[in-house]
Write a protein that binds this ligand. Structure first.
Ligand code: IKT
Length: 354
């Protein structure tokens, strides 16, 4: 395929790892990275090593959605937020301070094939609002996110016609789950004529990756029955540590609101209510507390009932399982976009049809 240029919005855990992984992917050139402090742009390709080294300890995955006013959620994945200390991406010699880093990316949209929205989802409409800015700015490429919540898909679908008119291919839910595991479920479903049940059960060990993934842990806590996205957003770091301590570092999640359900339904695989997502997060060990498994149960054309399973290797990290697929789906999105396919697409729709 022809070379693909891409930008990353947000330089927290996901943005940083996506830049790192992209160095080992063919035909993929990172040309821009931004957060609310500023923007690094180089159309010959960013020097990712310099950018990552310079911003270590200056991590900030937020961008301001409305100009430079910082009208964003309160806490970033890096959690380094003392005023004047955290310079975010501007700590890199490739970056310049900016009042409106999203606009910087939009202004160069003609030269950027895809934009990975590596932003925290502390407000349900945050990703849709960022998409609105790209619509208003006349962008016509690929937007791709790793969002988790089912309800956000509807908000994107509401903008489907606008994306089509603008020439935007929006790939939603393209991380691990939803993303890789949703695609795996769509593939596993091919043996069946009717799917009755999809169960996604993940295991993540995050000891050494904890600092880099605090935003992810906060989002996970929002799935516990006592919390929601707003109350989790307002927790201090100390309160999060206390919740982790209460669970001895190992938190189990059941029946998570995860977009795998609506993404499998919109691909015609099964009803959303037949999909369950849960898992175990261990922040005291790097080993997965359970093997990440997708189980798809259904009936074959000749009347047999069976369960097809797909498992991730226990040695693969969450970072590998989020960022590899995100970049893989990004490249597929660019292929579709170049072929004139616009609108909203989920990871299961980019697999064999059901
Ligand atoms: C979530 O974000 O809702 C859950 C995430 C689970 C990622 C699954 C990765 C599976 C694997 O690497 O084996 C995360 C813990 N936040």
């Amino acid at each position: 395929m022809d070379d693909v240029t891409f930008a990353v919005l947000g330089t927290g855990g996901i943005g940083r790892r996506a830049l790192e992984v992209s160095q080992q992917k063919d035909h993929l050139t990172p040309v821009a990275a931004c957060d609310r402090h500023g923007t690094a742009i180089d159309f010959d390709g960013l020097d990712v090593d310099e950018l990552l080294a310079a911003t270590e300890g200056n991590i900030d995955n937020e961008v301001a959605t409305d100009g430079g006013t910082g009208a964003t959620p309160a806490d970033g994945e890096g959690g380094v937020k003392q005023h004047g200390e955290n310079r975010g991406v501007v700590a890199s010699s490739q970056a310049r301070p900016s009042e409106d880093s999203i606009q910087d990316v939009i202004d160069h949209g003609d030269e950027i094939n895809a934009v990975l929205l590596a932003l925290p989802n502390y407000e349900h409409d945050f990703i849709p609002r960022v998409a609105d800015r790209f619509l208003e700015g006349g962008y016509g490429g690929v937007l791709i996110d790793v969002l988790k919540r089912s309800r956000v898909i509807d908000m994107l679908d509401e903008r489907g016609d606008e994306f089509e008119d603008a020439g935007i291919t929006f790939i939603c839910g393209a991380g691990a789950t939803p993303g890789l595991l949703t695609g795996a479920a769509a593939l596993a479903a091919q043996s069946f004529v009717e799917v009755t049940d999809v169960e996604i059960w993940w295991g993540v060990g995050l000891k050494s990756g904890y600092q880099d993934n605090r935003g992810t842990v906060r989002e996970d806590i929002a799935h516990l029955p006592e919390y929601d996205i707003e109350t989790a957003r307002d927790l201090s770091d100390a309160e999060i540590e206390a919740i982790i301590d209460d669970h001895d570092g190992v938190i189990e999640f059941e029946d998570m609101e995860h977009a795998d359900d609506v993404l499998l339904e919109r691909a015609g695989v099964c009803d959303a209510e037949d999909v369950t997502v849960g898992g175990v997060l261990d922040v005291r060990s790097d080993e997965k507390p359970t093997t990440t498994t997708v189980s798809v149960t259904g009936t074959t054309f000749d009347g047999e009932t069976a369960t097809n399973t797909f498992q991730l290797g226990d040695e693969t990290s969450m970072e590998a399982n989020v960022n590899g697929p995100a970049l893989g789906y990004l490249k597929t999105g660019v292929r579709r976009n170049r072929a004139g396919e616009y609108g909203v697409l989920g990871p299961a729709e980019l697999m064999p049809g059901f």
